[in-house]
Ligand binder design. Structure first.
Ligand SMILES: *Cc1c(COP(=O)(O)O)cnc(C)c1O
Length: 383
């Protein structure tokens, strides 16, 4: 086995991060709040073009607080795509609300507006709709927003994977009532761990910061009239984020170049299709994924095994939430309506999962690394 490991998507640091962290140490501003937190919020908000942001300990924490702020609780339904990472929908259950999973469409792999319409027929009054921009590709926001507005239901955008992606010239994460980003280790920029909640409305980000700092009432003594959380980002973490943010555009360009290289190198193999980038935006290409034609004798496992043997990291497509044991009891809506339990699964989400895999998309991969990966993939298909 090759000694050097080729990663799916690992942190890429630049040194500037350390300067912000050093400053925090030098001023002994190691404890929670501090200048880096405020500056990181301001700088990220400026970058995506939204007035307000609240820096938090994780993207998951941001989704959790976002749902709380939108009022989702026991007895409420929340629409959420099935094809996503579990962190998108776990917070719905933290709040004892009920997730209803929505199928994907093929143009972007994201929430299908037609399935969303069907969901509204069955559940006319959900508390919120969560949309995800999977692997960095913007969802069909015009269609989805039109439906949400018509039904007067707020949209929460999980842009954890799509920081830097734009839709019709505007950043993903800024379309909904609330948007969230993640700075987890494998995301396009990282703070080792962290998240951000953004909004056009200051009231929402203020509420998020309040709940994230133990919900202390403005009184000298420790008084609480609500249950709070310890979800705030630390000043050290925010320092890393400030350094990383200065390289986000560069990371995006490199990720896009990786996608284009795979595209050019695999174009002649008709069984392979890369993940869609959508036609109305500029996707950050966080991960390049591929699907294999169902008539091919090659399976995603075969490709992942062949790469794994050479110490090259891959990952399956997110396993849809409607197929997860923990979410077994919840409804799943496709274009055809509610999917029957135990019936034949003809969903788009399951099909993408069954035929897909994520290719190494680490921006530190060298030209030789890319050549090696591409060579192995081609060999799987007898090229
Ligand atoms: C990473 C991710 C999250 C969670 O972010 P964390 O910062 O790891 O908590 C949520 N949703 C999606 C789609 C993600 O990929």
């Amino acid at each position: 086995m090759a000694e050097k490991r080729i990663y799916l998507s690992s942190p890429t640091m630049h040194g500037e991060e350390q300067e912000f962290v050093k400053e925090a140490f030098d001023t002994n501003w190691v404890a929670p709040l501090g200048p880096n937190v405020n500056a990181f919020e301001k700088e990220l908000a400026e970058y995506v073009g939204i007035p307000h942001a609240s820096a938090l300990s994780a993207g998951t924490a941001a989704i959790h607080l976002g749902l709380k702020i939108l009022g989702a609780g026991e007895g409420d339904v929340v629409f959420v795509p099935s094809l996503t990472f579990s962190a998108t929908c776990n917070p719905i259950v933290y709040e004892k609300a009920t997730p209803v999973f929505i199928d994907s469409e093929r143009d972007t792999w994201n929430m299908d507006p037609r399935a969303l319409e069907r969901a509204f027929e069955k559940y006319p009054h959900p508390k919120a709709v969560i949309v995800v921009h999977l692997y960095g590709t913007p969802a069909k926001l015009d269609e989805i927003l039109e439906i949400c507005n018509r039904h007067k239901v707020p949209l929460l955008e999980d842009a954890a994977e799509s920081l830097g992606s734009t839709y019709k010239g505007k950043h993903t994460g800024t379309f909904g009532k609330i948007g969230i980003y993640s700075f987890n280790g494998n995301k396009i920029i990282t703070t080792s761990g962290g998240g951000m909640l953004v909004s056009q409305e200051e009231e929402y980000t203020k509420k998020a910061t309040f709940l994230a700092t133990q919900a202390r009432d403005p009184a000298r003594h420790y008084q609480h009239s609500q249950i709070g959380y310890n979800y705030r980002m630390s000043n050290i973490t925010a320092g890393i984020g400030r350094g990383q943010l200065r390289h986000l555009e560069e990371h995006k360009a490199l990720k896009q170049a990786i996608y284009r290289q795979y595209q050019a190198a695999l174009e002649d193999i008709p069984e392979i299709t890369l993940n869609p980038l959508g036609t109305d935006g500029d996707a950050n290409c966080w991960l390049t994924c591929m699907t294999i034609d169902s008539r091919s004798h090659v399976t995603p496992d075969m490709v992942m095994d062949a790469l794994g043997e050479q110490n090259i990291e891959t990952r399956p497509i997110w396993k849809p939430m409607h197929l997860q044991p923990v979410f077994e009891g919840y409804d799943f809506i496709t274009q055809k309506g509610s999917m029957e339990k135990g019936g034949k699964d003809e969903s788009v989400a399951a099909d993408i999962f069954n035929r897909g895999l994520c290719l190494p998309s680490d921006i530190k991969n060298t030209a030789e690394d890319m050549e090696e990966i591409i060579g192995i993939v081609r060999k799987c298909f007898g090229r």
